[in-house]
Design a protein around this ligand. Sequence first.
Ligand code: PLP
Length: 344
Amino acid sequence: MSDVLRSGMIAQGQRVADFEQAFAGYVGVDHAIAVNSGTAALHASLLAHGIGPGDEVITSPFSFIATANSIMFTGARPVFSDVDRDTFNLDPGQVCEKITGRTKAIMPVHLYGHPADMKAFVQIAEDNDLVLIEDACQAHGATFNGKKAGSFGTGSFSFYPTKNMTTSEGGMITTDDEKIAKRARMVREHGSRQRYLHEMLGYNLRMTDICAAIGLVQLQKLDSYTSARQRNAQMLTEGLQGIEGITCPVVRQGCTHVFHQYTIRTQYRDELVSFLMDKGIGTGIYYPIPIHMQPYYQELGYADKLPVAEELSREVLSLPVHPQLTEEEIGYMIDTIRQWSVDR
Ligand SMILES: *Cc1c(COP(=O)(O)O)cnc(C)c1O
């Protein structure tokens, strides 16, 4: 980091190239393209595949708004499909029903760090000649049948501070397709691959060497952070199992879950949140309003009924699971929730 500052080369330079190479190696793909946010990674992935006005992209309504907004940026239309109650991820069967002549891509989200059903989505994309873009912004290092999230289609990652690894702000695109990698690099750089020659419309989505220097260090720590998250999650699930009114998160066969969030479901969310708050335990709700019900999307005329996403938005509650938690803190969390269930 101080080397970068002393070098005077603080914009996109050698550190970004090093970080791209290291991240591509980590995910197991041929190419990685660093950008300045996860949102930019999604946007550039879509543009690199030529997605734009008139196209439809099927995605999850139960995600961060950036998932759908990145589709809107291109002029394409997000089409929302309902999710699976247990994994919180897109349900492949329902996605098939949403495919029309205008569908160009499917964008599954690996929500909370649990991979979507990539066997099914790879097959659906192949059968219908669709682009597969993975929103892996919460899934650094998660695997499905031994392959990393972001290596099935075109992967998009975020390095925002709350994510499993950070560069302050930042993002990454991952792909095995050299043509897509080239196009993504052009989108990042005002549609240019040769200085002052502009072949398409692009943006300034560059990552700085300062951010890349942070990313290189964070990437080395990622697996130990992930192990700590997984250990914390296991302790929570063992401790909370069997408490009435609480459903613990599942890990599907063949998947590794990297627990960006540890998210339970409960019909008694409001009272549990305030009980925990009184005992000094902060919690989070991701996400309280599904995307199709956000005011902006309502204004656009979205009137879908997506009952599982809508129910989950009322029931999900994320408990602390970050790598710095101590065993005592996890024990205290479990005891406090047990006390709540006895009291009520
Ligand atoms: C964080 C996040 C994004 C956006 O990433 P930024 O770096 O904040 O732009 C997109 N999708 C999901 C699922 C995310 O969690």
